[in-house]
Design a protein around this ligand. Structure first.
Ligand SMILES: Cc1ncc(COP(=O)(O)O)c(C=O)c1O
Length: 302
Protein backbone atom coordinates (compact mmCIF):
# COMPACT_ATOMS: atom_id res chain seq x y z
CA UNK A 1 0.00 0.00 0.00
CA UNK A 2 1.27 3.52 -0.83
CA UNK A 3 2.35 5.48 2.28
CA UNK A 4 0.07 8.24 3.59
CA UNK A 5 1.70 11.53 2.60
CA UNK A 6 -1.13 13.86 3.59
CA UNK A 7 0.81 15.13 6.65
CA UNK A 8 3.64 16.04 4.33
CA UNK A 9 6.07 14.59 1.83
CA UNK A 10 9.74 15.03 1.08
CA UNK A 11 11.89 14.48 -1.98
CA UNK A 12 15.28 13.09 -1.08
CA UNK A 13 17.86 11.37 -3.31
CA UNK A 14 15.34 11.01 -6.11
CA UNK A 15 12.56 9.48 -4.02
CA UNK A 16 9.32 10.83 -2.57
CA UNK A 17 8.99 9.74 1.06
CA UNK A 18 6.78 10.61 4.07
CA UNK A 19 8.08 13.76 5.72
CA UNK A 20 8.52 11.89 9.02
CA UNK A 21 11.18 9.75 7.31
CA UNK A 22 13.17 12.67 5.84
CA UNK A 23 16.40 13.12 7.79
CA UNK A 24 19.70 14.98 7.50
CA UNK A 25 23.11 13.82 8.76
CA UNK A 26 24.33 15.56 11.93
CA UNK A 27 27.62 16.61 10.28
CA UNK A 28 25.89 18.34 7.34
CA UNK A 29 26.92 22.01 7.19
CA UNK A 30 23.24 22.73 6.57
CA UNK A 31 22.87 21.99 10.30
CA UNK A 32 26.24 22.88 11.77
CA UNK A 33 26.57 26.21 9.88
CA UNK A 34 22.96 27.01 8.78
CA UNK A 35 24.52 26.69 5.35
CA UNK A 36 21.68 26.40 2.86
CA UNK A 37 20.05 28.28 0.04
CA UNK A 38 16.33 27.67 0.02
CA UNK A 39 12.99 28.83 -1.26
CA UNK A 40 9.31 28.23 -0.64
CA UNK A 41 6.70 28.26 -3.36
CA UNK A 42 3.04 28.25 -2.35
CA UNK A 43 0.62 25.69 -3.71
CA UNK A 44 -2.91 27.07 -3.83
CA UNK A 45 -5.98 25.17 -5.00
CA UNK A 46 -3.91 22.51 -6.74
CA UNK A 47 -1.37 24.71 -8.53
CA UNK A 48 1.95 26.39 -7.85
CA UNK A 49 1.50 30.19 -7.76
CA UNK A 50 4.13 32.11 -9.80
CA UNK A 51 6.34 29.01 -9.77
CA UNK A 52 8.86 30.35 -12.27
CA UNK A 53 9.55 33.45 -10.16
CA UNK A 54 10.33 31.23 -7.15
CA UNK A 55 12.52 28.90 -9.23
CA UNK A 56 14.39 31.91 -10.66
CA UNK A 57 15.04 33.20 -7.14
CA UNK A 58 16.15 29.77 -5.91
CA UNK A 59 18.59 29.37 -8.82
CA UNK A 60 19.96 32.87 -8.07
CA UNK A 61 20.29 32.07 -4.33
CA UNK A 62 22.21 28.89 -5.19
CA UNK A 63 24.54 30.81 -7.51
CA UNK A 64 25.11 33.54 -4.89
CA UNK A 65 26.02 30.97 -2.24
CA UNK A 66 28.06 28.74 -4.61
CA UNK A 67 25.85 25.68 -4.26
CA UNK A 68 26.10 23.03 -6.96
CA UNK A 69 23.50 20.33 -6.39
CA UNK A 70 24.00 18.69 -9.79
CA UNK A 71 20.40 19.22 -10.89
CA UNK A 72 18.96 21.42 -13.60
CA UNK A 73 16.12 23.90 -13.08
CA UNK A 74 13.91 21.41 -14.93
CA UNK A 75 14.98 18.56 -12.61
CA UNK A 76 14.06 20.71 -9.59
CA UNK A 77 10.70 21.69 -11.08
CA UNK A 78 9.93 18.00 -11.70
CA UNK A 79 10.96 17.00 -8.19
CA UNK A 80 8.66 19.63 -6.67
CA UNK A 81 5.80 18.62 -8.92
CA UNK A 82 6.14 14.89 -8.28
CA UNK A 83 6.41 15.40 -4.54
CA UNK A 84 3.34 17.63 -4.23
CA UNK A 85 1.35 15.42 -6.64
CA UNK A 86 2.17 12.33 -4.56
CA UNK A 87 1.24 14.14 -1.33
CA UNK A 88 -2.23 14.99 -2.64
CA UNK A 89 -1.91 18.37 -0.90
CA UNK A 90 -3.90 21.04 -2.78
CA UNK A 91 -2.78 23.90 -0.55
CA UNK A 92 0.79 23.54 0.56
CA UNK A 93 4.00 25.11 1.77
CA UNK A 94 6.53 23.66 -0.64
CA UNK A 95 10.18 24.14 0.33
CA UNK A 96 13.23 23.48 -1.85
CA UNK A 97 16.62 23.36 -0.18
CA UNK A 98 20.21 23.29 -1.41
CA UNK A 99 22.34 22.06 1.50
CA UNK A 100 26.12 22.50 1.73
CA UNK A 101 26.52 18.88 2.82
CA UNK A 102 29.48 17.23 4.55
CA UNK A 103 33.13 17.60 3.47
CA UNK A 104 34.05 14.70 1.22
CA UNK A 105 37.55 14.89 2.75
CA UNK A 106 36.94 14.10 6.46
CA UNK A 107 37.80 17.03 8.73
CA UNK A 108 38.22 19.54 5.87
CA UNK A 109 37.23 23.14 6.65
CA UNK A 110 37.17 24.07 2.97
CA UNK A 111 33.61 24.70 1.75
CA UNK A 112 34.69 23.62 -1.73
CA UNK A 113 35.15 20.10 -0.37
CA UNK A 114 31.49 19.73 0.63
CA UNK A 115 29.10 17.53 -1.30
CA UNK A 116 26.16 19.87 -1.90
CA UNK A 117 22.77 18.21 -2.20
CA UNK A 118 19.15 19.04 -2.90
CA UNK A 119 16.03 18.04 -1.06
CA UNK A 120 12.47 19.33 -0.88
CA UNK A 121 9.53 19.02 1.43
CA UNK A 122 5.87 19.96 1.42
CA UNK A 123 3.38 20.32 4.26
CA UNK A 124 -0.15 21.75 4.46
CA UNK A 125 -0.20 25.52 3.72
CA UNK A 126 1.26 27.69 6.51
CA UNK A 127 0.03 31.22 7.31
CA UNK A 128 2.60 33.54 8.93
CA UNK A 129 -0.42 35.13 10.63
CA UNK A 130 -3.61 33.10 10.73
CA UNK A 131 -6.57 34.55 8.75
CA UNK A 132 -8.68 34.95 11.91
CA UNK A 133 -5.92 37.04 13.52
CA UNK A 134 -5.59 39.12 10.34
CA UNK A 135 -9.35 39.84 10.28
CA UNK A 136 -9.32 40.67 14.00
CA UNK A 137 -6.33 43.02 13.65
CA UNK A 138 -2.83 41.62 13.88
CA UNK A 139 0.07 43.17 15.79
CA UNK A 140 3.77 43.55 15.01
CA UNK A 141 6.51 44.24 17.54
CA UNK A 142 9.54 46.33 16.52
CA UNK A 143 12.51 44.47 18.00
CA UNK A 144 14.44 46.47 20.58
CA UNK A 145 17.38 44.15 21.10
CA UNK A 146 17.82 42.34 17.81
CA UNK A 147 18.87 44.16 14.62
CA UNK A 148 18.67 42.53 11.19
CA UNK A 149 21.97 40.88 10.40
CA UNK A 150 23.78 43.32 8.05
CA UNK A 151 23.39 42.67 4.34
CA UNK A 152 27.16 42.68 3.87
CA UNK A 153 27.44 39.86 6.43
CA UNK A 154 24.63 37.63 5.16
CA UNK A 155 23.05 38.56 1.83
CA UNK A 156 19.30 38.70 2.53
CA UNK A 157 18.52 38.39 -1.20
CA UNK A 158 19.86 34.84 -1.18
CA UNK A 159 17.15 33.15 0.88
CA UNK A 160 18.86 31.55 3.87
CA UNK A 161 18.51 29.93 7.29
CA UNK A 162 20.33 32.61 9.31
CA UNK A 163 17.33 33.26 11.52
CA UNK A 164 19.04 33.92 14.87
CA UNK A 165 18.06 37.61 14.70
CA UNK A 166 14.42 36.80 13.86
CA UNK A 167 14.18 34.13 16.56
CA UNK A 168 15.42 36.55 19.24
CA UNK A 169 12.96 39.14 17.90
CA UNK A 170 10.10 36.63 18.00
CA UNK A 171 10.81 35.93 21.67
CA UNK A 172 10.54 39.68 22.33
CA UNK A 173 7.31 39.91 20.32
CA UNK A 174 5.66 36.91 21.96
CA UNK A 175 6.76 37.94 25.46
CA UNK A 176 5.08 41.32 24.84
CA UNK A 177 1.89 39.76 23.48
CA UNK A 178 2.45 40.55 19.78
CA UNK A 179 1.87 38.26 16.80
CA UNK A 180 5.20 38.75 15.10
CA UNK A 181 8.23 41.01 14.81
CA UNK A 182 9.90 43.39 12.37
CA UNK A 183 13.61 44.17 12.62
CA UNK A 184 15.45 47.44 12.05
CA UNK A 185 18.84 47.73 10.38
CA UNK A 186 21.79 49.48 12.04
CA UNK A 187 20.74 52.83 10.50
CA UNK A 188 17.28 52.60 12.12
CA UNK A 189 15.39 51.72 8.94
CA UNK A 190 12.70 49.06 8.78
CA UNK A 191 13.82 45.83 7.13
CA UNK A 192 11.62 42.72 7.27
CA UNK A 193 10.36 40.01 9.58
CA UNK A 194 10.40 36.22 9.89
CA UNK A 195 8.84 35.23 6.59
CA UNK A 196 7.54 38.57 5.34
CA UNK A 197 8.26 41.99 3.86
CA UNK A 198 6.64 45.15 5.22
CA UNK A 199 4.69 47.95 3.47
CA UNK A 200 3.42 51.31 4.70
CA UNK A 201 0.53 53.22 3.09
CA UNK A 202 0.54 57.00 3.28
CA UNK A 203 -2.20 58.78 1.29
CA UNK A 204 -2.11 57.24 -2.16
CA UNK A 205 1.51 56.05 -1.90
CA UNK A 206 2.86 52.73 -0.65
CA UNK A 207 6.42 52.36 0.63
CA UNK A 208 8.53 49.26 1.12
CA UNK A 209 12.24 48.98 2.02
CA UNK A 210 14.64 48.64 -0.88
CA UNK A 211 17.73 47.08 0.72
CA UNK A 212 18.54 44.69 3.53
CA UNK A 213 15.57 42.50 2.64
CA UNK A 214 14.64 39.45 0.63
CA UNK A 215 13.00 40.53 -2.60
CA UNK A 216 9.76 38.72 -1.78
CA UNK A 217 7.69 37.33 -4.61
CA UNK A 218 4.58 38.40 -2.67
CA UNK A 219 6.22 41.84 -2.30
CA UNK A 220 6.50 41.94 -6.10
CA UNK A 221 2.86 40.83 -6.43
CA UNK A 222 1.76 43.49 -3.93
CA UNK A 223 3.69 46.21 -5.80
CA UNK A 224 1.97 45.13 -9.03
CA UNK A 225 -1.45 45.04 -7.37
CA UNK A 226 -0.95 48.47 -5.77
CA UNK A 227 0.13 49.96 -9.13
CA UNK A 228 -2.97 48.44 -10.73
CA UNK A 229 -5.06 50.06 -7.95
CA UNK A 230 -3.66 53.44 -9.04
CA UNK A 231 -1.36 53.84 -6.03
CA UNK A 232 2.15 55.22 -6.30
CA UNK A 233 4.79 52.71 -5.23
CA UNK A 234 8.10 53.70 -3.68
CA UNK A 235 10.86 51.19 -2.97
CA UNK A 236 13.34 53.10 -0.82
CA UNK A 237 14.75 53.24 2.73
CA UNK A 238 11.86 53.43 5.22
CA UNK A 239 12.92 55.02 8.55
CA UNK A 240 11.20 53.82 11.71
CA UNK A 241 9.66 57.29 12.15
CA UNK A 242 7.59 56.80 8.98
CA UNK A 243 5.38 54.50 11.03
CA UNK A 244 4.14 57.64 12.82
CA UNK A 245 2.72 59.18 9.64
CA UNK A 246 1.50 56.00 7.92
CA UNK A 247 -2.22 55.42 7.47
CA UNK A 248 -1.88 51.66 7.13
CA UNK A 249 0.71 48.92 7.47
CA UNK A 250 0.66 45.52 5.82
CA UNK A 251 2.97 42.54 5.41
CA UNK A 252 3.51 40.33 2.38
CA UNK A 253 4.39 36.65 2.45
CA UNK A 254 3.93 33.45 0.52
CA UNK A 255 2.42 32.30 3.80
CA UNK A 256 -0.82 34.28 3.48
CA UNK A 257 -0.34 36.81 0.67
CA UNK A 258 -1.11 40.35 1.82
CA UNK A 259 -1.59 40.71 5.58
CA UNK A 260 -2.98 43.93 7.05
CA UNK A 261 -1.77 44.76 10.55
CA UNK A 262 -3.47 47.18 12.90
CA UNK A 263 -0.82 47.65 15.57
CA UNK A 264 2.95 48.18 15.33
CA UNK A 265 4.53 48.60 18.76
CA UNK A 266 2.31 51.16 20.51
CA UNK A 267 0.96 52.64 17.25
CA UNK A 268 -2.62 51.70 16.36
CA UNK A 269 -3.86 52.00 12.76
CA UNK A 270 -7.46 52.38 11.56
CA UNK A 271 -8.79 52.31 15.14
CA UNK A 272 -7.70 48.70 15.25
CA UNK A 273 -9.50 47.69 12.04
CA UNK A 274 -7.63 46.37 8.95
CA UNK A 275 -7.12 49.22 6.47
CA UNK A 276 -9.05 49.59 3.19
CA UNK A 277 -6.00 49.59 0.90
CA UNK A 278 -4.53 46.47 2.47
CA UNK A 279 -7.89 44.69 2.51
CA UNK A 280 -8.55 45.50 -1.17
CA UNK A 281 -5.03 44.38 -2.12
CA UNK A 282 -5.48 41.19 -0.07
CA UNK A 283 -8.68 40.37 -1.94
CA UNK A 284 -6.97 40.94 -5.29
CA UNK A 285 -4.05 38.69 -4.27
CA UNK A 286 -6.45 35.80 -3.72
CA UNK A 287 -8.05 36.52 -7.11
CA UNK A 288 -4.66 36.50 -8.81
CA UNK A 289 -3.83 33.04 -7.42
CA UNK A 290 -6.72 31.66 -9.48
CA UNK A 291 -5.56 33.27 -12.76
CA UNK A 292 -4.21 30.67 -15.23
CA UNK A 293 -1.29 32.93 -16.24
CA UNK A 294 0.17 32.67 -12.74
CA UNK A 295 -0.59 29.00 -12.14
CA UNK A 296 1.36 25.82 -12.84
CA UNK A 297 -1.24 23.10 -12.40
CA UNK A 298 -0.30 19.92 -10.55
CA UNK A 299 -1.26 16.59 -12.11
CA UNK A 300 -2.44 14.63 -9.07
CA UNK A 301 -2.73 10.88 -9.52
CA UNK A 302 -6.19 9.39 -9.93
C1 LIG B 1 13.24 36.91 5.54
C2 LIG B 1 12.08 36.90 4.60
N1 LIG B 1 11.66 38.06 4.06
C3 LIG B 1 10.61 38.09 3.22
C4 LIG B 1 9.91 36.94 2.90
C5 LIG B 1 8.73 37.02 1.97
O1 LIG B 1 9.07 36.49 0.70
P1 LIG B 1 7.97 35.83 -0.24
O2 LIG B 1 6.95 36.85 -0.50
O3 LIG B 1 8.75 35.45 -1.46
O4 LIG B 1 7.42 34.67 0.51
C6 LIG B 1 10.33 35.72 3.42
C7 LIG B 1 9.63 34.47 3.06
O5 LIG B 1 9.81 33.45 3.65
C8 LIG B 1 11.44 35.69 4.28
O6 LIG B 1 11.87 34.55 4.83
Amino acid sequence: MAPDLSEGAAWMKGKVIPISEATLGVTDWALTHSDVAYDVVPVVQGAFFRRDAYLDRFMASMAATRMDVGLTRGDIARALHDMVAASGLRDAYCAMVAARGTPLIPGSRDPRDCGNHFYAWAVPYIHVITPDRVEAGASVWVAQHSRRIPADSVNPRAKNYHWGDFTQGLFEAKDNGFETVVLLDHAGNLTEGPGFNIFLVEGNTVFTPDTGVLEGISRRTALEICAEMGLRTRVEPVPLSRLDTADEVFLTSSGGGILPVTKVGERIYGNGTPGPVAMAARKTYWQWVTQPAYRTEIAYPG
